[in-house]
Design a protein around this ligand. Structure first.
Ligand code: HEM
Length: 402
């Protein structure tokens, strides 16, 4: 029998997909001492952990509280459903289409204009890492002149959240950012309560269900969650979908010829190369999963990237194929999805439709601006990261279309 892979080892970081195979086949339940968690990898187990109400999200608190405060990610039960119902409508169809599609298109076009004539670009640095944050700042109705503040706050919070080695300077910086962000947001929230506009922040300030509203601190915490939950994920999705398409020229040509295939390319990217690879849950009672029992209160690390390539669920799971019949395209952006990239169940990504709209805009705009796209280094760039994962650079050459 093979040894159980270690999710914090360098070999795992270099090639998690080979490790996922070994885990699914021989070690579906691993106790991992350094993270004090059980690691699960089979599709059926990961879906169960997301959907079964027995599994809670309470153990996020120690990680998120110091930089965000209390957010819906840490909540369960009635507290979660109340807060989720207050914020979710702003991310649904009509609001998105009527209010925010122009914001998304404008921000994408501005970033592309800056490099469209160059014939080469690092799509991660020059587009993917900027676009989602700029969109969120704009949706909240905050001034463009504050984009740079938001990028700094975002980088600082992400540093804190991915600080595996416990570097104290990084920790202190993350905690200081929480204070700065609060000082910035609290007077703006007060002003929007007085004088609401048509923006997302005003919607959050005035949203009310059964007489309940969010407090200033809850609104502020949700806005800072939006930066990380909506920033890093969408940024990684853009890098991965473009890298996957350029690596498969026939599929790139098909998408270029028919933009209605873009959602399929994004859905298959979410399955094949998900932005988020690890999500934690905690069962309230002892529970049987493949490979044994997880005791009540233990943390379970759910491996999205492993579940999404389980051969029990998908034919040829390692192949990128935007036409695969076993991925339910129609529901790929809903809580009925049969991939696990947005989680499933109560915490299913609130921003899935926004992510889809951003991705559709990004791919359409990029293909319209760039012909003959190729990897500047002749080969697809390596992916980085184990909690979230994507190429950290995507250097492309292209023929400008204008
Ligand atoms: C939740 C992935 C884009 C906002 C989640 C979760 C995942 C996820 C896996 C579940 C986390 C958990 O249960 O622990 C993604 C991916 C995205 C994306 C892969 C892009 C491709 C966005 C965007 C926004 C957003 C654009 C908003 C601006 C949220 C929020 C939650 C969430 C607020 C918490 C929902 C809850 O706890 O009920 N997302 N996300 N996400 N996402 Fe996303």
């Amino acid at each position: 029998p093979t040894a159980a892979p270690d999710i914090l080892s360098p070999e795992f970081a270099a090639d998690p997909y080979s490790a996922y195979r070994v885990m699914r086949d021989d070690h579906p339940l691993i106790w991992h001492e350094p993270t004090q968690s059980y690691v699960i990898s089979r599709y059926a187990d990961v879906v169960r952990a997301f959907k079964d109400p027995l599994f809670t999200s309470r153990n996020y608190d120690w990680q998120l509280e110091p930089v965000h405060g209390r957010t819906i990610l840490q909540m369960d039960g009635r507290e979660h459903s109340t807060h989720r119902n207050l914020v979710a409508p702003a991310f649904r169809g009509r609001d998105l289409a009527e209010k925010f599609v122009p914001v998304i298109e404008r921000n994408s076009a501005e970033l592309i204009e800056a490099f469209a004539a160059d014939g080469e670009v690092d799509l991660v640095a020059q587009y993917a890492t900027r676009f989602p944050i700029n969109v969120i700042v704009d949706m909240l109705g905050l001034p463009k002149s504050d984009h740079e503040h938001f990028h700094r706050w975002y980088t600082s919070i992400m540093g804190f959240l991915s600080n595996l080695s416990g570097d104290e300077t990084v920790m202190a910086d993350g905690i200081r950012t929480k204070g700065e962000f609060e000082d910035y947001m609290v007077p703006i929230i007060a002003a929007r309560r007085e004088n609401p506009g048509d923006d997302l922040l005003s919607t959050l300030c005035t949203a009310e269900i059964d007489g309940e509203r969010m407090t200033d601190h809850e609104i502020k915490a949700f806005c800072s969650l939006l930066l990380t939950a909506g920033g890093e994920t969408t940024d990684k999705a853009i890098a991965s979908v473009m890298s996957n398409l350029v690596a498969h020229p026939d599929q790139l040509a098909a998408v270029r010829a028919d933009h209605s295939l873009i959602p399929a390319a994004f859905a298959e990217t979410l399955r094949h190369s998900p932005p988020v690879h690890m999500i934690m849950r905690q069962p309230a009672e002892d529970v049987e999963l493949s490979g044994g029992t997880v005791e009540a209160g233990r943390t379970v690390t759910c491996l999205i990237g492993a579940a999404n390539r389980d051969p029990e669920q998908y034919e040829r799971p390692d192949e990128f194929d935007i036409a695969r019949p076993d991925l339910d395209q129609g529901r790929a952006y809903t809580a009925g999805a049969n991939h696990t990239a947005f989680a499933l169940g109560r915490h299913f990504c609130v921003g899935a439709l926004l992510a889809r709209t951003e991705l559709e805009t990004a791919v359409a705009h990029l293909l319209d601006a760039m012909d003959d796209i190729a990897f500047a280094d002749g080969a697809p760039p390596p992916e980085h990261g184990v909690f979230t994962r994507a190429p950290s650079q995507l250097r492309l050459t292209f023929t400008p279309t204008t």
